[in-house]
Design a protein around this ligand. Sequence first.
Ligand code: MTE
Ligand code: HPA
Ligand code: MOS
Length: 796
Amino acid sequence: MNHPEMPNLMPETATNADTGWRAVGVSRPHESAELHVLGQATYTDDIPELQGTLHAALGLSSKAHARILALDLAPVRAMPGVVAVLTAADIPGTNDCGPIIHDDPILVTDTVQYIGQPVFIVVADTHTNARRAARQANVTYEELPAIITPQQAKAAASYVLPPMRLERGDAQAAFERAPHVVKGELFVGGQEQFYLEGQIAYAIPKENRGMLVQCSTQHPSEMQHVVAHALGLHSHHVQVECRRMGGGFGGKESQSALWACGAALAAAHLKRPVKLRADRDDDMLVTGKRHCFWYEYEAGYDDEGRIVAARVDMTLRAGYSADLSGPVATRAVCHFDNCYYLSDVDIRAACGRTNTQSNTAFRGFGGPQGAIAIEYVIDEIARNLGKDALDIRTLNYYGIDERNQTPYGQVVAGNVLPELTAQLERSSEYRTRRAAIDAYNATSPVLKKGLALTPLKFGIAFNVTHLNQAGALVHVYVDGSVLVNHGGTEMGQGVNTKVMQVVAHELGVDLAHVRITATDTTKVSNTSATAASTGADLNGKAAQDAARRIRDRLAAFAVTLLGGEAADVQFHDDAVHVNGGSLPFVEVVQKAYLKRVQLWSDGFYATPNLSWDAKSMNGNPFSYYAYGAAVSEVVVDTLTGEWKLLRADALYDAGRSLNPALDIGQVEGAFIQGMGWLTTEQLWWNAAGKLMTHAPSTYKIPGISDCPEDFRVQLFDQPNVVDSIHRSKAVGEPPLLLPFSVFFAIRDAISAVAGHRVNPPLNAPATSEEILRAIDAVTENIASKMGSVPIFQASR
Ligand code: MTE
Ligand code: HPA
Ligand code: MOS
């Protein structure tokens, strides 16, 4: 076969097509599963420390917004074990680690902008001594007015970026014609990433100003850039390596930068290895989270429940700097439609500047926040019309041949939602269970059950077009073993396993012969973050390209041994087959080496057909859409606000899954993580602007006991309509939207208190307190409508 110049346009090759041999599309354990279980997987903090290693800690601001009048660090320097204290004045290069806009100081110069902002770095002989010393500074502040909430930010027109707006059709005229209008406000809280391994970087000075940074990061190339800038070096001076993270969830896409820079600054200053590791409280106090959103919404609809006009104004809590808030807001705008055709729509988003942590990427990246607003609207329309919300949802679904263009202009191709929804409706026995729940609620005054089916559509690609590229490096050694390196990072999601499978598939070798190495900026350069769920899509294609280049050389060589045509050579079962004969893969490799055939290759991939005009918010930002839906059934105790998820059924469109076991794991994990976001995980800042929920004692992530006993996750098996890697689809983020069904099942149960006649005003997270507040609002509303009605006797 000829050299594939355009790997992304290549059809599935003949390699293994007819033989049934496959390394992709089969469930394989995570490449590090055994090491994880044995405690032998090396995380950054497990790397053996070099002699002379020092430990750093950050001195944090205790005011939300204040000028520093005096900074007395003498007491810090006097603490046991302290070797050095660094401030902004000690930064040889640029004091900035912002990913896009350069408004993110590594260390404060004169004005602190949130409680937890790093003011200085203390370096000591031990981690504990560094942390103890970090608390001893005497800082004199002159306090300035602080903005904490998105509402305050909007009132003060305090934004980190100009507000954005996407309009289609004529919303105003459509509202004037609309038979009914629903209007309101909604608040959806943020979320802490709560990766199990906290932020960490270990910087090791190398000869001639070089710097090696071992860093837990989703974005080694960006860490390389920010460290080079901070040290006043070039990128070629800085090497960043990451074998794996103990979770990232977006929290290490940009915000590993502070830790990488902090460790590197101290290491360069002292010419000694320095480790900077955050303990959980500092990690939560310092780093940004999922953006909370405040929505003002309005929708017009007809008698059947079809949305004819929609308007939403979303205000995000961006925090003190821009970080990734712009792309997050853009993704929210591009997911407000979720699965629904909105003919006349006006979508606004503004990134409120607040004196809080700078909010950042978190699984879904604004997509979940955009989509939940329209789901809230649909839920209200259904209740107002006395219909089942599922019927309003499907009525508004994007069409296949018409009503199929998003407000930003992309056509919704390969829309499997009608089929997928019907399959889930059947398999979950939605209608029968709805009737059973109504019957239950009619005789159950205190415990109320609720049910909801919610769908998702999620656009796959970075919404910044140039980021959609990747590289890989594949080595075949003379003993036939294969080593793979690519630009993606492993955070538990299984990108390495999938990329290994792709390479094994191309070379026709058993997965056991393929080994993966740490992500390293000296191997593949200029990589994008492993984010936007594109890790396997991009790096899988790049590694496939590299493997195909090697395979093509081996094929050309094999016909010199076996005869036949290079185009007919097949690689499978650890052997090379052509012309009726076959040779073991390792033998072909050894012979090729002796004939001086290059046995390694790079590979590259750039996603085709993407376009985006940020100004008009129009284009084709996504390569394709992933779809899914879930049904959740809950029971709520209306006296305590406690609830339980009784059963969840999820159906997710992973295309032709590369590895169904890993994909099901991702769907389960995203479901439970999203459920935590919408129910128990409450971030709370006090009036002074201090985040008080900075540890698991006050911040409740789901535990195993919160998982439903009856949890049925399935993949919807259909090939991707675009030529993605083996026609698979991304799985990392989209399933985070599946637990919308939990939130709306809780809302359904609450509304049962008053016979589903009023819309419970339920914000997220739907904590027990929030549930009780919503129940009170419903019963008061019904009492004022009906005269005094005994609270729990109303029924549908
Ligand atoms: N799964 C695990 N176990 N740990 C993680 O940190 N991050 C999620 C998702 N799944 C994450 C995860 C996020 S935010 C993204 S963008 C994707 O994985 C990134 O990996 P992928 O693109 O290879 O799917
Ligand atoms: N997801 C994650 N990170 C990003 C994106 C995105 O869509 N766009 C730019 N950075
Ligand atoms: Mo994921 S939020 O794109 O890192």
